[in-house]
Design a protein around this ligand. Sequence first.
Ligand code: X8Z
Ligand code: ZN
Length: 595
Amino acid sequence: MLTLALFALAVSTPEASAAEADVQAFLDGYDSLYQRLYTLDANASWDAATDVSPLNEGRATAASQATAAFIGDPVLIASARAWKARAAELTPLQVRQLDAILFDAGAAPGDQTPLVNARLAAETRLRGVQDAFEYCLGERDAVGVCAKPARANDIDERLRESVDPAERLRVWTEAKRIGVPLRTGLADLRDLRNDVARKSGYSSYFGYMVSEYGMTADEMMTLLDGLNRDMAPLYKELHIWTRRKLAAKYGQPVPTGDIPAHWLPNRWGQEWGGLVDGVDLDPYFKDRKPEWTTQAAEQFYVSMGFPKLPPVFWEKSDLFPVPEGQSRHKNSHASAWHLDLATDIRSLMSIEPNAEWFGTAHHELGHIYYYVSYTRPEVPLTLRRGANRAFHEGIGELANVAAFQPAYLKQMGILPKAYKVDPTKQLLKEALEQTVAFVPFATGTMSRFEYELYEKNLPADQFQTKWWSIVSQYQGIGVPDPSRLTDPTLCDGCTKTHIIDDPAGYYDYALATVLKYQLHEHIATNILKEDPHNCNYYGNKEVGAFIKDILEKGATEDWRDVLKNATGEPLSTRAMVAHFEPLRKWLVQENKKAK
Ligand code: X8Z
Ligand code: ZN
């Protein structure tokens, strides 16, 4: 039904008005060049991210500038606006395409070419600085050569494993060194991003990015604060439990307030892994072959009725850390790419055989299967994106939750059949590693910092102090060494990759987290008829059809309608709060006992 309805909208029928036919010619013409330029741009960016070099940086800048010249072309924008003014004569799908074209144009106003080009060059340059950075986990000799160069995975591994607070502080401090070269670059780039967005009539670059949700910057912040408030009673109990647990782990006094940042396993305290005794899954992953992680994630989707990944994915993806001895540098953060908005799909990861990368692979393939599903003639090129950006992240996050359901892990032979599930420990682990610890980071720390950065033009000499006051306020995490607050060269917030190369959009993950529990509850309760705390999506075609129905729409429908039609309710923390309510009660008791 849906397919037919969309098809009818996309094609001008004999009854279509003259305006519909004319705008369709405009849209088709736009799409054909857009796809070619987008492809050129994405390929050059892919090369720059997988092999950092001045040549690839130059190509990426030039390709993005060529694309910007097209999407921001003043004549095209004027035409799109003129058509938009006649929305009543057009189909809803055509209007949505015009909205997408005008949104994209906002980042590249063609009457501001030098400014747009400067922004794009600065973005590629700063990305290169980030991706070429080498950490050091050993001594440096007199001329600064490091005895033990390290990558992000090595830092993460030490922060997961070490129980020596002094070593932890050294590693954590090393992880923040990258903030120094990024700080001034970010200040300049922020100005350029804001200038461009403001020339296009937005309040700031943050306001521009938020506008894709049909909201203002302040409306988004109000929404995020509300989500955070809903989770606060649970977060408070989890925080009390965690600081006691960590203090015992490191043989330190229990902090009365903030948890020292270097005590946490994640560089930004966005997840608090390794704290629940007896549920460490890493040993079940460590002997797996490198390709196994991605193949297992693919099998998860295939079992629900999605197609196998096309050969291009396996031929062109870059899934593993750069082998020892190679000088190539690549971006260390996971991402998924749709290079031609058609069949060329790839992922960039640095997979190691552990539980975290297992979850991340399920997340990235969520993006990949979104691409695969909305690549169909009924979805015009400019609407080959998520219902909104949070949906794109939410599907990946949903798969991440599904990937750690004990029933699924047993069926996949990852956990032994005899593995005993302790429901409280399981939920505690989920809260710490996937959701509850993450919410204040996503709704609060990252979004508030970027709001201040863009909307309030935060001065560069306040990047560090503002970051830590926000981290303390939302996450209850403290800077390990107060002298870091007075060193004007530092920028600990700049070390989070999204601040540099996925700007002003981290609330996507906050909303994705909320969405994923709405979707997960619906799937578990209404389709699987299983407990949302231990259910198994694997092999269930009805679950696959439910997910596919969302994915194959792309951005052809308003995200609010997509959510309402799928789950029967608007965006709400209800499902997430209900999911963790047994844990909150348990934590209250535990915390009382420990007093
Ligand atoms: O960046 C990601 C994905 C890539 S789209 C791996 N995530 C956020 C992060 O790592 O900070 C997934 C959840 C949060
Ligand atoms: Zn993602």
